[in-house]
Design a protein around this ligand. Structure first.
Ligand code: PMP
Ligand code: GLN
Length: 384
């Protein structure tokens, strides 16, 4: 293994899912739903397979139907207008979008600012691109993880190539506010920065939180690569259909990298997701409401078990503080939890450079059936 990757080892998600299988635990670690998405969408994939649509290499940028559906979605939800032919690129999940974007845009030695805790592939992809990661830590205060704009501002140097954002934010559940995003946009314009924004949880927002795409803010459309994916929104994480929207120059750059990573993304699922994106609003609100009530079940259970809960405004993760249990080390806690309580969770400190800042935090996924969440909460409460 080369030096760029040696530090990363096995992803925490693979390690913890294997632990869940081995111990027969309830897996609230890796974020994947235990219920598949809409049947009509699955049938659309079956139809595409059977009709021979997408069984041979589809077009490099993605099938026109899906690019058109992505552009229509951005227009309908956010009033953002993108040309499906030059400003949309289909990728193998958001994971490939992140990799291709960083490989295309980062020169060796460039600095990339990322919010910490960060999704683990950001760090690995920045390293593979030869970039240097500059973390800006989200600070827990008043039940939410906050971005300190002065810290963000101070992190920008002449070597900064881009800001890598994520809202709604995994793992903290923070949804960046219009005020925070406006300050980020002003900074990006002032310092002439590119911004890559991972918005895969765009439809998973609760209560009065609102997802605001950074690209909608003044001066941002043409300096922003927006990344999203069908995995979270439609509960088909195994299909790996993602996309970016950006200016023609940025899409062309990212495509240059994508063509040598996967060349194209799997065909039949693209047809199905083109249909999914056109589902009526009731699908999106119904999905969100269901997840919100699951969040409430797990949050109540974790509180009853004695943890301090940071109630998320978005995503399907809850970050909790284990210190009220007399514990301080999330990694040790998560390694012991399967034996002790039959539950698997993710230690948040693996998403930090400043591990000590994340040490007492643990992430639980709530994209599971309510009885599963109730049983997990019961186990945590009685395990002692
Ligand atoms: N970004 C974030 C923040 C995520 O949580 C995930 C989910 N694993 C991804 C990207 C990757 O998405 P996909 O499964 O579409 O590759
Ligand atoms: N996004 C999901 C999570 O954060 C799945 C991650 C993965 O398996 N790479 O848990």
């Amino acid at each position: 293994l080369n030096r760029r990757l040696a530090a990363f080892g096995t992803t925490i998600f693979a390690e913890m899912s294997a632990l869940a299988l081995r111990t027969g635990s309830i897996n609230l670690g890796q974020g994947f739903p235990d219920t598949d998405g809409p049947e009509a969408i699955r049938e659309a994939a079956v139809r595409a397979l059977r009709d021979g649509r997408g069984n041979q290499y589809p077009p490099g940028p993605g099938i026109p139907e899906l690019r058109t559906a992505v552009a229509a979605h951005q227009q309908r939800r956010y009033g953002l207008s993108y040309d499906p032919d030059t400003e949309v690129l289909v990728t193998a999940g958001a994971t490939e979008a992140i990799a291709a974007t960083l490989l295309a845009l980062v020169e060796p030695g460039d600095e990339v600012i990322a919010l910490e805790p960060y999704y683990d592939s950001y760090a690995a992809c920045i390293a593979m691109a030869g970039g240097t990661r500059v973390p800006v830590t989200l600070r827990p205060r008043d039940g939410r993880f906050h971005l300190d704009l002065d810290e963000l501002r101070a992190a920008v140097t002449p070597r900064t190539r881009l800001l890598l954002l994520n809202t709604p934010h995994n793992p903290t559940g923070t949804v960046l506010s219009r005020e925070e995003l406006t300050s980020i946009a002003e900074l990006a314009v002032e310092r002439d920065l590119l911004v890559v924004t991972d918005e895969v949880y765009e439809h998973l927002v609760f209560d009065d939180a609102e997802h605001i795409p950074l690209a909608t803010l003044p001066g941002m459309r043409d300096r922003t690569v927006t990344i999203s994916s069908s995995g979270k929104t439609f509960s088909y994480t195994g299909w790996k259909v993602g996309w970016i929207t950006a200016s023609p120059a940025l899409v062309t750059a990212v495509r240059s990298a994508k063509q040598y990573l996967t060349y194209v993304s799997a065909g039949p699922f693209q047809y199905a997701i083109a249909e999914a994106l056109a589902l009526p609003d009731s699908y999106f609100t119904g999905f969100r409401d269901d997840l919100r009530s699951k969040r409430d079940v797990l949050a109540a259970g974790l509180e009853e078990a004695g943890l301090t809960v940071y109630r998320p405004s978005g995503t399907y993760f809850i970050t909790a503080d284990i210190r009220p249990l007399g514990e301080t080390d999330g990694i040790a806690f998560c390694r012991a939890l399967p034996e002790r309580a039959g539950v698997v969770a993710i230690p948040t400190s693996v998403f930090y450079d400043h591990h000590e800042m994340g040490a007492p935090f643990v992430r639980f996924a709530f994209c599971k059936k309510k009885p599963v969440l109730e049983e997990a909460a019961h186990r945590l409460k009685t395990a002692g």
